[in-house]
Write a new protein. Structure first.
Length: 151
């Protein structure tokens, strides 16, 4: 009779999973508020930027960048939930979320025209931070799968 050995869940998985869930919820909220064209939200989250100009800037993004943004936030949320459920599909969700972030934010970093009023570290550094967080979460889930923590 074979026995299945399951790796014990490390405490850091709950910490990373919970922080990832909070991070992803904010990304999904930002996506929804922008897609719902909530100018009050945009004005409060992007000081110094005209909300209508921000919406026009988002509307001008190519389809691959817009699809990437949706993939990034929604698969990041799915990955967070699956990580907390210790499900191996978290690896794929986080990996595709990273691809989406690179498509969307890569466009913003390398190809997009500058958004008037969007100056300072929040606008220049944050895209790199988001990509780094996505890469870390994909690596973390992959590591947990290799250690047998994710089923």
């Amino acid at each position: 009779m074979q026995q299945v050995v399951s790796a014990r869940t490390p405490a850091h998985l709950w910490v990373v999973g919970t922080l990832s869930l909070l991070w992803s919820c904010f990304g999904c909220y930002d996506y929804l508020m922008t897609r719902m064209r909530n100018t009050d939200y945009i004005a409060s989250s992007m000081p110094g930027v005209d909300p209508n100009a921000a919406l026009a800037w988002v509307d001008s993004m190519p389809m691959y960048a817009q699809v990437g943004w949706g993939l990034g936030v929604w698969l990041g949320l799915a990955g967070s939930l699956l990580l907390l459920l210790r499900n191996r599909w978290a690896v794929w969700c986080y990996a595709l979320s990273l691809v989406g972030a690179v498509l969307s934010l890569g466009y913003q970093i390398a190809l997009a025209p500058p958004l008037p009023g969007a100056e300072g570290p929040m606008y220049t550094v944050m895209p790199y931070v988001i990509i780094a967080v996505c890469a870390f979460l994909a690596w973390y889930a992959w590591t947990m799968e290799k250690r047998g923590v994710l089923r």
